[in-house]
Design a protein around this ligand. Structure first.
Ligand code: NAD
Ligand code: UFG
Length: 343
């Protein structure tokens, strides 16, 4: 019987692109998502783009143990990609218990269900936020950890939980992927990032300014110790990230225990460099205003991505111009996101 890949949170931004890459690589994909921050439409489009159906979609909260048991009983699951979770930093500061409940509680229930059904391979969506304010850049996986907000602490706690699970039973094989700043969209413009309400993150904010949904970009801080005074990040194209997940699935069986990997490009761009690249890609001027720093932001954050290259044979291929061109194509073709098709 063919082993299936179970993708939690597969209808979301990164999960939908990963599902597309997995289907293109020939995998049988089952998705579990409660659609709390996503639309079913994303996966319909993934099926259209790949010409391949999902093996199953289940609208389910990963904290629903009985629901998970039914999914594990129905399919022969070989590996779980765990994307499901809440991700808004500010919201996590305002309502930390919701974040601990959903993210940490969700991971715990999922791991218990996996153990019960003898599934011991997982690829987990972690974040560069676990490094907190880095002592130096580029950041390697051994760098000290110390997230500065509840969202980041949920990722850190889950990483620790995974390490304990692997220590207790060395048959587990877990790959923790620490994403830097995922941006962009599939080049078709059919799937992309569709934040609810006003975007928190830079690229979707710029894209909504470009399309006229928002009037002006606020640049948070012009006095950082960087070349132009604005924050510097390691933006990574979501299709590069998706392909990194396919490699992680392919390599997981050969990686013993717990493996922590940065997924980034290894180079940083400032906020103003991103604005300029987006203007070049779209031909649209982006009005901006430099305002106060945003609480909790760090000046610079970029990855040392060499370990992922050694262990997965993966490295990011796409540059900033492509990230902006693809984000713009998605925004232009879907000014309201999945909008009316979102049912
Ligand atoms: P997203 O919100 O688009 O996707 C998350 C998906 O999980 C959504 O489809 C949502 O409906 C679903 N979900 C949430 N809670 C659930 C639950 N309890 N049960 C079932 N489904 C649930 O976010 P994304 O940007 O695609 O992020 C995916 C993962 O990657 C998250 O774990 C996030 O923390 C992590 N991550 C994201 C970024 C980023 O900048 N986007 C950076 C680092 C890490
Ligand atoms: N920024 C602005 N204006 C905006 C939004 C962002 O100037 O409207 C700036 C920020 O100050 C920062 C840069 O753009 O300098 C990037 O900000 P993002 O919000 O896009 O990304 P962050 O680096 O703050 O955070 C992201 C994810 C987190 C994740 C973190 C580290 O949102 O979930 O990367 O991986 F934890």
């Amino acid at each position: 019987m063919t082993e299936h890949v179970l993708v939690t949170g597969g209808a979301g931004y990164i999960g939908s692109h990963a599902c597309l890459a997995l289907l293109e690589a020939g995998a049988e994909v089952v998705v579990v998502d409660d659609l709390s921050n996503a639309s079913r439409e994303s996966l319909r489009r993934v099926e259209q783009l790949t010409g391949r159906p999902l093996a199953g979609f289940h609208r389910l909260d990963v904290r629903d143990r009985a629901g998970l048991d039914a999914v594990f009983s129905r399919y022969s699951i070989g590996i779980v990609l765990h994307f499901a979770g809440l991700k808004a930093v500010g919201e996590s500061v305002a309502d930390p218990l919701r974040y601990y409940q959903n993210n940490v509680g969700g991971a715990m229930t999922l791991l218990e269900a996996m153990r019960c059904h003898g599934v011991r391979r997982m690829v987990f969506s972690s974040s560069a936020t676990v490094y907190g304010d880095p002592q130096s850049v580029p950041i390697a996986e051994e760098a000290p950890l110390g997230p500065t907000n509840p969202y980041g602490r949920t990722k850190w706690m889950i990483e620790q939980m995974l390490a304990d699970v692997v220590t207790a039973d060395p048959r587990w094989q877990v790959v923790v992927l620490r994403y830097f700043n995922p941006v962009g969209a599939h080049p078709s413009g059919r799937i992309g990032e569709d934040p609810r309400g006003t975007p928190n993150n830079l690229m979707p904010y710029i894209a909504q300014v470009a399309v006229g949904r928002l009037p002006v970009l606020q640049v948070f801080g012009g006095d950082y110790p960087t070349a132009d005074g604005t924050g510097v990040r390691d933006f990574i194209h979501v299709m590069d990230l998706a392909e990194g997940h396919v490699r992680a699935v392919q390599c997981c069986a050969h990686l013993p225990g717990l493996t922590r990997l940065n997924l980034g490009t290894g180079r940083g761009y400032s906020v103003l460099e991103v604005v300029a690249a987006f203007e070049a890609a779209s031909g649209v001027r982006i009005p901006y205003r430099i305002v106060e720093r945003r609480a909790g932001d760090v000046a610079c954050c970029w990855a040392d991505p060499r370990r992922a290259e050694v262990l997965l044979g993966w490295r990011a291929q796409r540059g900033l111009a492509q990230m902006c061109a693809d984000a713009w194509r998605w925004q232009k073709m879907n000014p309201e996101g999945y909008g009316a098709s979102a049912a």
